[in-house]
Design a binder for this molecule. Structure first.
Ligand code: GLU
Length: 416
């Protein structure tokens, strides 16, 4: 039986492996196991029916040795403090791997946005922002979107923060709408970063993107945009899924049409010309590229052996357990780990923050070019480390990320 892994178990095991390979000072390893600061909040709001409801939330700041804390805010019914702590730790390594001057943080509120009205979500967001207000700010901690939060959520955060300050502070949050200082290309940045990594990996494995059969788990922001980009690049998308299940079509589907279908019906299921399949079947499809773009713990010891993809590119954070990692590695699957694969999102968040601080606005072309340069460099850094150290891509990425953070801590020294 596989030990059941929480996201935090996975994150701590990954840190242990990196610490061992890096021969990290045990004191430093111990320090990095814990977030620097955690704030738990209870977010009470008035619901549309006049009742009062309280939602538990938190903001976890893992490490800021390399720069201000950075990371998204997640709204989901399964949010726990452990999960957000793991996600904050992954942000620290991610920002270091892609080499942007940030530390790592994450926020979460345990709620079900699917059952809430826009007004309720706005009140929740503003109240939550007011509760974490002392912790965040352009030079302290910069939130962004994550699961079930979006540009609108970020606009409410910006407005709440700005109202408290008394002047407009667009640089306090990233992933905003274009109309209030958002960056061109931010909405699809995570997915474009994933696809740049897939393209680099495909070059190494010797196949062309327009020959690739692609399967995508999750049809939220990351999954849907990845499907769109893959389709535009000429890939054949043979399967996609959302929280209600998956669809399969061996001749390939048009994600734009699936998107319209989901907007109308609420899910990707029962799409014309496709067969409905379960999420488990989706992961096990015969394909070239599998992009898990949903939640944690999707590829486990129970199904890792059945994965047939040549490349697994982790659009989600923490989709693979450490035991599954071993199996995929033994099978020779080319795994592009989350802290590399999905780092395009926070990279364009960084571009947005720089544009806000300098009161500039870059074109979409500029953003895409800069993102491509960052992603290709990060991919090659990780790939070279993997070759030199004879370690899997995940271990290599962790060694790079944890190594850079450890170096920063050593250089800064430990105050007092
Ligand atoms: N939530 C995204 C992630 O997990 C983006 C974070 C950000 O832009 O700060 O990487």
């Amino acid at each position: 039986m596989e030990k059941s892994y929480s996201a935090l178990d996975t994150a701590l095991e990954q840190l242990r492996i990196a610490a061992e390979k890096l021969e990290l000072d045990p004191g430093l390893h111990e320090m990095l196991k814990y977030p620097k600061r955690t704030l738990m909040v209870s977010v009470s709001i008035k619901m549309d029916d006049g009742s009062i409801k309280t939602f538990l939330g938190c903001r976890v700041q893992h490490n800021d040795a390399r720069g201000p804390f950075k990371g998204g805010i997640r709204y989901h019914p399964n949010v726990t403090l452990d999960e957000v702590t793991a996600l904050a730790m992954w942000m620290t390594w991610k920002c270091a791997v892609v080499d942007i001057p940030y530390g790592g943080a994450k926020g979460g509120v345990c709620c079900n946005p699917k059952e809430m009205s826009k007004g309720e979500l706005e009140r929740l967001t503003r109240r939550y922002t007011s509760l974490i207000l002392d912790l965040i700010g352009p030079y302290r901690d910069v939130p962004a979107p994550d699961v079930y939060t979006d540009a609108q959520t970020m606009a409410w955060i910006m407005d709440t923060y700005s109202q408290f300050k008394g002047y407009s502070v667009p640089e306090c949050v990233t992933g905003k709408p274009l109309s209030v200082g958002g960056s061109e290309g931010r909405a699809e940045a995570t997915s474009l970063g994933v696809m740049f990594c897939v393209r680099e990996a495909a070059k190494i494995l010797g196949f062309k993107m327009n020959e690739a059969r692609v399967v995508i788990q999750g049809f939220g922001s990351v999954g849907w945009n990845a499907a769109k980009i893959a389709y535009d690049w000429g890939c054949k998308i043979i399967g996609v899924s959302d929280s209600s299940g998956g669809i399969y079509c061996k001749d390939g589907l048009n994600p734009y049409k699936v998107y319209e279908h989901k907007a109308k019906t609420g899910s990707v299921l029962n799409f014309d010309g496709c067969r409905n399949i379960t999420n488990e079947e989706l992961l096990e499809l015969e394909c070239d590229v599998l992009v898990p773009a949903a939640l944690e713990n999707q590829i486990t010891k129970a199904n890792a052996d059945k994965i047939k993809a040549k490349i697994v590119a982790e659009g989600a954070n923490g989709p693979t357990t450490p035991e599954a990692d071993k199996v995929l590695n033994e099978k020779g699957v080319f795994l592009i780990p989350d802290i590399l694969a999905n780092s395009g999102g926070v990279t364009v968040s960084y571009f947005e923050w720089v544009q806000n601080l300098t009161r500039e606005h870059w074109t979409l072309e500029e953003v895409k070019q800069k993102l491509e340069r960052k992603m290709v460099k990060a991919f090659n850094d990780v790939y070279k480390t993997s070759k030199n150290e004879e370690e899997p891509m995940r271990t290599a990425a962790l060694m790079l990320g944890v190594g850079r953070v450890a170096e920063a801590i050593k250089t800064l020294g430990l105050w007092p």
